[in-house]
Design a protein around this ligand. Structure first.
Ligand SMILES: Nc1ncnc2c1ncn2[C@@H]1O[C@H](COP(=O)(O)OP(=O)(O)OP(=O)(O)O)[C@@H](O)[C@H]1O
Length: 284
């Protein structure tokens, strides 16, 4: 029976010690100015530790602040209060230990698959021979060895995601941040991509924070699922340890009784908040 709840997890993590955290959110609150001159608090007092090599998904109702949390970890957004620590040090500016993958394609349309994959290495000034070697190695790893010369508009949505994945992983980031990276894909392609991401992640386990509104995807991918409440002032309602064995096939694992049991438990926690978030989004 999968174990739930934050108290248990907090205990486990405090026993592990702070040194094992790749990311540590220490009571962060993020507020924004509203057009009418007021303030909107998106998330409030969020405390979250992501361990080294741990895959954590954050789920919650629409507009609850999932991207806000990810942007804080990325260093793209400075919390109004609280601290983001990366490997035990307060984050200042952009998180250089992290690689990102977002919902929207971030590929450069004027660059081929190969040139997109090596873009980060180029900016870093990597030696041309090494860059060529790594670029082709990563294209092969994501199954695009034969498509190095294709431009983004000549590729399918799944192929573009593979390029984006290689573009992120070629830089060997210690932390992987993903904001609904596969949500624009059809169901079959999405499951293929989820399996590919898990295979790549398993080969070289990094800390991963994965934002999704899809609970099934969160459970299938993660070691832990964090559930946010509806906003404003969204907070962590519960955390669930996902004890499903790895390696996982995301399509097959959904059929197992353990998965269904977890889904049932987490959805029971989320359901009312999702309805709240939906009603708020309807009110504008
Ligand atoms: N820069 C900003 N200025 C003002 N309000 C913002 C800003 N960024 C986010 N918000 C507000 O903060 C809240 C949380 O937004 P966020 O994008 O983090 O939610 P989310 O859970 O990722 O949403 P979704 O599920 O729809 O992707 C929303 O109400 C949003 O309108």
């Amino acid at each position: 029976m999968p174990a739930v709840v934050k108290d248990h997890l907090s205990l486990v993590r405090s026993q592990q010690g702070a040194a094992s955290s790749a990311v540590s959110l220490k009571s962060i609150t993020c507020s924004f100015s509203t057009p009418k001159g007021g303030t909107y608090t998106a998330v409030k007092d969020i405390c979250l530790d992501v361990g080294e090599a741990e895959f954590v998904s954050v789920v919650g109702p629409t507009g609850c602040g999932k991207s806000t949390i990810l942007n804080s970890i990325a260093g793209l957004l400075q919390p109004t209060s609280g601290t983001v620590e990366v490997f035990g040090k307060p984050l200042q500016g952009i998180n250089r230990d992290a690689g990102y993958m977002f919902q929207a394609d971030a590929l450069m349309p004027w660059r081929t698959a190969y040139d997109n994959v090596v873009a980060g290495l180029q900016f870093r000034g990597t030696e041309p021979e090494e860059m060529k070697h790594l670029g082709h190695q990563w294209l092969d790893r994501v199954g695009l060895g034969r498509f190095a010369d294709r431009y983004p508009h000549q590729m399918s949505g799944g192929m573009r995601k593979r390029v984006a994945m290689a573009q992120m992983l070629i830089l060997n980031p210690k932390i992987i941040l993903m904001d609904e990276p596969f949500s624009a894909l059809d169901v079959q392609t999405r499951q293929l991509m989820e399996n590919e991401l898990l295979a790549l992640w398993s080969a070289n386990r990094r800390s991963a924070v994965f934002i999704t509104h899809d609970l099934e995807e969160a459970i299938a991918m993660s070691d832990r699922v964090v559930v946010l409440s509806a906003g404003p002032a969204s907070h962590i309602m519960a955390e669930f340890e996902i004890t499903l064995s790895r390696p996982r096939d995301v399509a097959e694992i959904r059929m197992t009784p353990e998965f269904l049991d977890l889904h049932h438990q987490i959805w029971a926690t989320m359901r009312d908040e999702v309805m709240k978030g939906y009603q708020q989004s309807q009110q504008g």
